[in-house]
Design a protein around this ligand. Structure first.
Ligand code: 26Y
Length: 821
């Protein structure tokens, strides 16, 4: 069956064919006979771009003409993945393109496989930004995404001898057809230097920042195509370059080599994405990255504002700036600096504008992920900004804190934006909450914890500032494009509006008991499992049966996400099978995909352990293929698109209270996987939507976690209390999985015992294995399973990122659609 015909079919198959052939010649300098797949891909993109760029220009024009209020989404990360298939779907030419390429003797999948992933993000936070800009365009809201044009995105992961090796990612080495350089909008960014206090003739004091260096920001625009919408917004990414005047002086003085080092220092700023998620390293270059893109973006926003306005009285009416976590917080003192030092506003007016313009999304409660910058670093790199932060803090403590808690110095110390101590630090999250008119968490439970545990005093001061916006995912990429079979089945069942109105899938729930519907649904699942099994064999050399239950755990590697809990369970199953060859269990495959931060030793050890256990289990004839373990290298958006549709069981097993939301959980459910998870993040809301009988919850909830920690958690109690748990932990210390090298996997055991098991892996182990037995039993009743899977897929309309965006618009951004369809 054909993919859905859209209401905006802009090109017929034949027109598309002509366009591709034309671009092979005029854009790629080749022809049908000589072109390789790379050229075919670029010519195809050029053909799509004829439509995309038209709409891009129309959208910019409409926004300028109407002078509409817009949201500016500032994020250090946009994890876009590939754009070709997505853009073809969204402009409504996927079918035409596929058929045109087929006529030309090319397979659309092979051609689109030429595209490198745009991996300008680490994980959930970056992918969320990508889903959000897709939804903003789809809903016709005026929006600009601002970020960094990293030369190297997240590292490519290779597995050698079971260990992670990081290789550079070069996503645009041979050009990228989706980006447009805009030299006409270059900005200059000052850095370092000192602040001078100057008194004008009027006796008024002014501050002048004499920067020590200057770098240039070159914008690259990536079109963001709304699904069946007129809107094409932009993602504007800044590339750093040496400022023109700077190196020429040195150059003319005969310092060619010096000028090269200036150049490479300037270019270092946008060279590479920092690969640490959830743990802040405090590196100077990272602070410069943050400031660089915030400064460029603010100048860009102000330049556009000034086209229609001669003063700043309307600024916060025209622009809302959303801070994606604290990473772009330095935009706050930067806007204050511009308004006061450059535009001549007085403090109170500038502050009012800032407090009406910025809003902040918190994505984590983990203390090590809460950004703090050393005061001395600020002083060195951004001396004027430090002064402004001090003044914001002084006014906050002396006015607001003093009014609420008079004479309470302890409270002032506690709430100060500056943390005292051996190294004084700027608490970026406090700066956000003090400034922003809204602070939001990313799932209902998380937003409660943001109020109650993270910022309780701020919540007391300003309860109205705290809101929830539950995350979502775009159904265009995460169902329509990645699971064409299921998409087509839904088209026939509930009509073709679901990619916008995902709630309409609910109409399929009434067929959950229908034998034929179940059969079709499960046949699609099996087809996706076969596709994945082929990929697994190709990449890992491991044969897995598509009839086995596919348990999938894909996300960044972190102790709180507890990949090692799954590993302990696998060891327990393996042991049971060895002890009793007739142990009653359906065939199971455990599939992992995960990158570890390069400096995160234990995370890398866990990857190694998974691979070593996999080697042993997969090659042990005694267990007769009942258990397989797969670690898929280089997990990324493109691999995720193959994994989500193929999962039977979605593992969402974080310690309750630690996973802010999760978004993979939503993608799995949408594609008909059942969740085995804790009461954490958005799992809680998924359970509400699908019903308690269609999800497998295990482990302690958030209150129980807190209570156990408060009572004094002792992992040894669990070790001695559960013989199976003790056996599998002890197993890790032997050389069973690492022949000749005992102890290679011991760090995991040590972290869970001597290390105190901070994420309560041992405490949840028994509940996990027990609940897994229930999952296995349920899976073996395929009719029952099919019903549960259908209900899951049909019930998660809430997690459409369009709904998230409407919540943001309603609760925070207050936008109006500029080009309604
Ligand atoms: C400060 C720096 C080291 C840092 C860099 C990246 C800190 C955190 C991060 C990334 C955090 C992240 O991805 N958080 C995830 O955000 C998702 C989207 O809201 C959530 O679904 C997920 O639970 C959360 O862990």
């Amino acid at each position: 069956k054909k993919a859905k015909a859209t209401n905006t079919v802009a090109l017929s198959k034949d027109q598309f064919k002509d366009a591709i052939v034309k671009h092979l010649r005029s854009t790629c300098g080749t022809d049908e006979a000589r072109a390789n797949n790379q050229a075919w891909w670029k010519a195809t993109c050029a053909a799509v771009n004829e439509l995309v760029f038209d709409r891009l220009t129309e959208t910019s024009k409409a926004n300028a003409d109407k002078d509409s209020r817009a949201v500016h989404y500032l994020s250090l990360e946009f994890l876009m993945g590939r754009l070709t298939v997505n853009n073809m779907h969204n402009v409504g030419v996927f079918g035409a393109a596929r058929d045109a390429l087929a006529d030309l003797g090319k397979d659309v999948n092979d051609i689109c496989d030429e595209e490198p992933d745009m991996a300008l993000g680490n994980g959930g936070l970056g992918r969320l930004a990508a889903c959000f800009i897709d939804s903003l365009a789809t809903l016709n809201y005026p929006a600009v995404g601002y970020g960094i044009h990293y030369e190297h995105g997240l590292f490519r992961q290779e597995i050698q001898g079971g260990r992670q090796i990081e290789r550079p990612d070069s996503w645009r080495e041979y050009g990228n057809p989706w980006e447009i350089c805009r030299p006409e909008s270059i900005q200059e960014v000052p850095l370092y230097g000192y602040v001078e206090t100057v008194f004008g003739e009027d006796g008024k004091m002014r501050k002048v920042w004499h920067a020590g260096r200057q770098i240039k920001g070159v914008p690259w625009d990536i079109p963001v195509v709304g699904y069946e919408a007129k809107t094409v917004n932009v993602l504007r990414l800044w590339e750093s370059k040496a400022a023109d005047f700077f190196d020429w002086d040195v150059f003319n003085a005969g310092g060619y080599i010096d000028s090269q080092s200036e150049k490479s220092q300037a270019e270092a700023v946008s060279k590479v994405l920092y690969p640490n998620d959830e743990s802040e390293a405090g590196k100077e270059l990272r602070l410069i990255q943050q400031y660089f893109f915030c400064a460029c973006s603010l100048k860009d926003i102000i330049r556009r504002y000034k086209r229609n306005h001669s003063d700043f009285s309307q600024f916060s009416k025209q622009a809302v700036i959303q801070l994606n976590d604290t990473h772009p917080t330095v935009a706050i003192p930067e806007l204050m600096r511009i308004l006061i030092d450059e535009e001549g506003l007085v403090w109170d007016d500038a502050w009012k504008i800032c407090t009406e313009t910025f809003a902040y999304t918190n994505h984590t409660l983990l203390p090590e992920a809460l950004e703090k910058w050393a005061v001395y670093l600020f002083e060195k790199v951004l001396p004027r900004h430090l002064e402004i932060i001090y003044e914001i803090n002084r006014r906050f403590l002396e006015d607001e804190v003093e009014a609420k808690w008079p004479g309470n110095d302890e409270m002032k110390r506690h709430l100060s934006i500056i943390e005292e101590g051996e190294t004084r630090m700027v608490r970026m999250a406090y700066l956000c909450v003090v400034t922003c008119f809204k602070t939001n968490g990313v799932a209902a439970m998380h937003s409660e914890l943001v109020k109650e545990d993270l910022f309780p005093e701020f919540y007391e001061l300003w309860p109205e500032r705290f809101v929830n916006v539950t995350n979502g995912v775009t159904p265009r990429r995460w169902l329509l494009a990645c699971n064409e079979q299921l998409a087509n089945m839904y088209n026939e069942t509930v009509g073709t509006d679901w990619p916008r109105k995902l709630d309409e899938l609910k109409g399929a729930a009434k067929f959950a008991d229908d034998a034929k519907f179940q059969k079709n649904f499960m046949a699609i699942k099996r087809e996706k499992k076969v596709e994945l099994a082929d990929k697994i064999e190709e990449l890992c050399g491991i044969k897995v049966s598509p009839d086995a239950m596919f348990n999938v755990l894909i996300k960044r590697l972190h102790e709180y996400k507890r990949q090692h809990l799954a590993l302990l369970h696998i060891l327990a199953l393996y042991r049971r099978l060895l002890e009793n060859p007739d142990y009653d269990m359906g065939p199971q495959v455990f599939i992992f995909g995960s990158k570890a931060a390069p400096g995160y030793k234990l995370a890398k050890d866990i990857i190694y352990a998974i691979n070593k256990v996999a080697d042993k289990v997969n090659n042990d004839p005694r267990i007769k293929d009942k258990l397989k373990v797969v670690f898929m290298p280089n997990y990324r958006v493109t691999l995720a698109e193959k994994l989500f549709p193929a999962g039977d069981v979605s593992l969402q097993i974080s310690t309750a209270g630690y996973e802010a939301s999760g978004t993979g959980n939503m993608k799995f459910a949408l594609n008909g996987a059942l969740t085995l998870g804790t009461m954490d993040g958005a799992n809680v809301e998924i359970r509400e939507e699908v019903g308690d009988e269609n999800i497998f919850i295990f482990g302690m909830d958030c209150d129980e976690v807190k209570a156990l920690k408060a009572a004094g958690y002792n992992p040894w109690d669990y070790y001695y209390g559960n013989p199976e748990l003790k056996a599998v932990l002890d197993w890790l210390e032997t050389d069973f999985f690492t022949p000749g090298a005992p102890g290679e996997l011991a760090s995991i055991k040590h972290s869970l015992l001597e290390g105190g098991d901070p994420y309560l892996v041992l405490a949840d182990f028994e509940s996990f294995t027990t609940q897994y037995t229930a999952v296995d039993v349920a899976y073996r009743d395929q009719k029952k399973w099919a019903k549960m899977a259908i209900i899951n897929s049909a019930s998660v309309g809430k997690f459409n990122s369009d709904r998230s965006i409407e919540d943001y618009v309603d609760r925070i951004w207050k936008l109006e659609k500029v080009m309604p369809n």
